[in-house]
Design a protein around this ligand. Structure first.
Ligand code: HAM
Length: 425
């Protein structure tokens, strides 16, 4: 039997309810924040990610799905959303929009060739936002508030927000020099990846999962001591705005993030839930004031984040949060083949009038149909027999208390409207 590719998963009865619920919530939340939806291709020119995400990031150096198309062009399945959205911002000249900042959101699959495990997939879904055109720290705080508020709406309690600042280019350069000085005598103790990072991007050494317990990591210089006045003020303002929104956070100087494009604010939200496992970073993001320029656009301040859908689903499971859908309103049972057309017409009318309606497609006998009722758990059951069609008086059964109502055909919509609305209150 052909099986799904390693590191991918199917969405079906097992998890589709939670996913649809989260997707609806994301859309509604983004509407409230007044963000505009964007969608970019699943594949882009490989160069975009090399220049955008960075050669020293694991994502680009080890994890991309690269292929040559039939025109011999190097293409890459997107490993994240930011680079594509920035490309689209530049290509569509969104920077010329007088209505700035441009606030974008997106949702879709990303591809990374990683070792599959719980919370780590090769195809996974991200919800993300990217905001262009303002360096206001209010926006840094806003992009932290979006996932925090989403988690709150879902009812997730165990989350931990950590923030840091990587400073502007000037502060970063000074810090890089300090890190090189610090790690130079320890270079032989570091893993091969870190030896490489030492030359290309020493900041990423702090992010190493192999070396993170070593003494030289623990007493490495902290970026916060190298921030210039402007970066420090920006960082303080972000914290003030978080406090205004009553968002709990802690400053963690070791958060450097795995992508090369960040400047100033970076943040991560972890699942703080017993037994959650090691892939517990629910989301991450930050400011990237240099990326639009790097990718060929005008100098543009930018900030964003992305969260992983699968890890959010794991968190919902770990906290045992039950997502209820609002259930089936009506189930229609035609007594025999003779009543199927009438029943089918009624089914369409009910659906078009806003009722979630289903019908027996299997010619079940009445006993089997009531077993189906137990499985579907509709609010009301309408049984259509010869008598109902002749008299134009329908029999409607309330599933909860098994009460039966006789309702004139022309009054059925009003009757159900009143009944079902009543229950929703
Ligand atoms: P990232 O930290 O690489 O950032 O990914 C964001 C989130 O995607 C992670 O926190 C995690 O929840 C999820 N994620 C990443 N890799 C996997 C995987 N293999 N399996 C399942 N979930 C995964 C970014 O991608 C940046 N583009 C975020 C950003 C947007 N920064 C600024 N704007």
């Amino acid at each position: 039997m052909i099986q799904k590719p390693k590191g991918t998963y199917d969405v079906y009865k097992e998890n589709n309810k939670e996913i649809k619920y989260i997707e609806k919530l994301i859309e509604a939340l983004m509407d409230k924040y007044n963000y505009e939806y964007v969608r970019t291709p699943l594949f882009e020119a490989s160069e975009l990610f090399h220049r955008g995400v960075g050669e020293t990031s694991d994502i680009v150096s080890k994890e991309t799905y690269d292929f040559k198309d039939r025109g011999d062009r190097s293409m890459t399945l997107r490993p994240e959303g930011t680079a594509g959205v920035v490309r689209s911002f530049i290509e569509n000249k969104r920077y010329a929009d007088p209505n700035i900042p441009v606030k974008n959101w997106y949702y879709g699959p990303m591809y990374r060739y990683e070792r599959p495990q719980s919370g780590r997939f090769r195809e996974f879904y991200q919800f993300g936002v990217e905001v262009f055109g303002s360096n206001d720290p209010m926006l840094d705080a806003e992009i932290i508030s979006i996932p925090v508020n989403l988690y709150k709406l879902i009812g997730l309690k165990g989350i931990k927000v950590s923030i840091n600042s990587l400073g502007d280019i000037e502060s970063r350069l000074k810090y890089k020099e300090a890190l090189i000085e610090h790690f130079k005598p320890h270079i032989d103790d570091l893993c091969d990846d870190c030896k490489n990072r030492f030359l290309k991007n020493p900041l990423r050494i702090l992010d190493c999962k192999i070396d993170h317990d070593k003494e030289c990591m623990k007493n490495a210089p902290k970026i916060i001591d190298y921030l210039n006045e402007e970066s420090l003020n920006h960082f303080k303002k972000v914290q003030e705005y978080l406090e205004v929104m009553e968002i709990d956070y802690k400053v963690d100087p070791n958060i450097v993030r795995g992508l090369d494009y960040y400047t100033n604010t970076v943040f991560e939200v972890e699942a703080d839930i017993n037994g959650f496992g090691s892939n517990n970073v629910l989301c991450g993001g930050g400011r990237y004031n240099g990326l639009v320029e790097t990718l060929g656009g005008p100098k543009t301040a930018a900030v964003g984040f992305a969260l992983g859908l699968e890890r959010l689903l794991n968190a919902i499971k770990a906290e045992n949060i039950k997502i209820e859908d609002n259930g089936l309103d009506i189930y229609i049972i035609p007594m025999s083949e003779n009543e199927k057309e009438y029943s089918y017409k009624l089914c369409q009318d009910l659906r078009m009038n806003g009722f979630k309606t289903d019908i027996d497609y299997m010619n079940r006998n009445i006993k089997a149909n009531f077993k189906q009722v137990d499985r579907l758990n509709p609010k009301y059951i309408i049984i259509i027999g010869e008598e109902e069609i002749n008299s134009k008086i329908l029999t409607v059964k309330e599933n909860l208390n098994k009460k039966e109502y006789k309702v004139k055909e022309e009054e059925i919509l009003d009757f159900l409207d009143e009944k079902i609305e009543e229950e929703d209150i």
